[in-house]
Design a protein around this ligand. Structure first.
Ligand SMILES: [Zn+2]
Length: 406
């Protein structure tokens, strides 16, 4: 049995990167000739795109902009005619997601294989099949691997349990929280999750998979539960292998970590926006800004795959502010707060009296809380000074930007 789905996954990273870059240039070239939106975007650049530096100079395409471009005409983003597509999804409206005719168009086979799905697995698919691409997007790669699929869709938990136990289902695809619901329902019916079920491997997406939820569901059924990261625009971007120590970048797209405002790539290891270019021949979104924040881990992985790993999704660019030239991310604030169990909730308020940025960290805690240590830890981790206000009511645990620019 092969260890990886593609031989490419284990060649030295620099070699893999070089190969991917050549494929990337072909995709850029295709977009240059066929995609109106891309032609407009680079019309002022007046350069040929041959090196990585050239590529990085292409203005990135924030996902938010897709809606406006599609409003003008969906076909402006396509490298093919609408009638030549295999499926068109509407997920979530108002965005259309086109799918081409390749057998694994969204490129998830590599990911499922890395997680442990194998030929002859019987897999229950609990993602929806209509309007949203999730069900079919994740079914195609499983068929490519050689699994049988039950297109169960979401809900009908009693029937899900009946099918899983009768057919001795070995694989589950859906939200981990839903698998937990299935387990709890089965227990309430008097079933034994380890004897009556035959699950071996599960794939979770579309929600934050916390370590505690993962462990709970893994222990419940005695299974391996892994997660992948992708979007309905581009398909698979990264996935966990058996070691679950971050998500390996897929061989099927080019991923950059960029400064959210400018789209300029950041030095290795820094937190920034995930900017992705899928090697798609029908929907080649060049430098799509996903709005998700992450960073890359370049340390070797015992699985032998050489691609670096996204360390998880650390937040959204929408929840990020720039203060005194410094990015402040919600998850950083949450991280600082975590060191103080006595703080129940928080809110970081940003104002600019007299045109000067001012931070106030509101916290919900007891009135006798001494904030000295909190202020110094905030300064150490976030590199900014903040004032502290103690409140007795529950706070949003978000960054609230109330700066006025007029
Ligand atoms: Zn690995």
């Amino acid at each position: 049995m092969n260890k990886t789905f593609h031989d490419l996954e284990t060649i030295p990273w620099e070699e893999l990167r070089e190969k991917k870059f050549r494929t990337l240039l072909k995709t850029v070239n295709l977009a240059k000739h066929k995609v109106k939106e891309f032609q407009n975007r680079i019309s002022n650049l007046n350069i040929s795109i041959e090196t990585e530096q050239d590529f990085q100079n292409i203005p990135f395409l924030p996902k938010k902009k897709l809606i406006d471009i599609q409003e003008q005409h969906f076909s402006n983003l396509l490298a093919t005619e609408i009638g030549e597509l295999a499926h068109i999804y509407y997920s979530p409206g108002p965005l259309f997601d086109p799918e081409g005719n390749d057998p694994d168009y969204w490129g998830w086979a590599e990911a499922f294989y890395a997680m442990g799905f194998r030929p002859k697995d019987i897999v229950q698919m609990t993602f929806s099949y209509h309007l949203t691409p999730a069900g079919l997007m994740l079914e195609q790669p499983l068929r490519r691997i050689g699994c049988a699929i039950i297109p169960a869709g979401p809900g009908n938990t009693d029937i899900q349990i009946e099918i899983m136990t009768k057919l001795k289902v070995t694989g589950f695809v859906g939200m981990a929280s839903y698998l937990k619901t299935i387990g709890e329902k089965a227990l309430s019916k008097g079933l034994n999750l380890k004897n009556d079920f035959h699950l071996r491997v599960a794939f979770s997406a579309a929600e934050i998979l916390t370590n505690s939820l993962r462990k709970e569901v893994e222990n419940m059924f005695d299974i391996t539960l892994r997660q992948g990261y992708g979007t309905a625009d581009v398909g698979c971007i990264a996935y966990e292998c058996e070691h679950a120590n971050g998500m390996h970048l897929s061989t099927r797209c080019w991923v950059e970590i960029c400064e959210p405002n400018t789209g300029k790539p950041l030095p290795p290891g820094e937190i920034g926006e995930v900017v992705v270019t899928p090697f798609s021949s029908v929907y080649p979104l060049i430098r799509l800004g996903t709005g998700d924040l992450s960073k890359l881990d370049f340390s070797p992985c015992p699985c032998g795959r050489t691609s670096p790993r996204l360390v998880g999704i650390l937040g959204r660019t929408d929840n990020t502010v720039k203060v005194k030239g410094q990015f402040v991310y919600e998850h950083q604030v949450a991280e600082v707060i975590k060191a103080f169990p006595e703080i129940k909730s928080w809110e970081l308020l940003i104002t600019n009296p007299n045109k000067k940025d001012k931070l106030t960290l509101k916290i919900e805690t007891n009135t006798d809380f001494n904030s000295t240590h909190l202020v110094s830890l905030f300064k150490e981790k976030i590199k900014l000074l903040t004032g502290v206000e103690i409140h007795s009511k529950s706070l949003s645990s978000k960054i609230v930007d109330q700066r006025k620019w007029a």
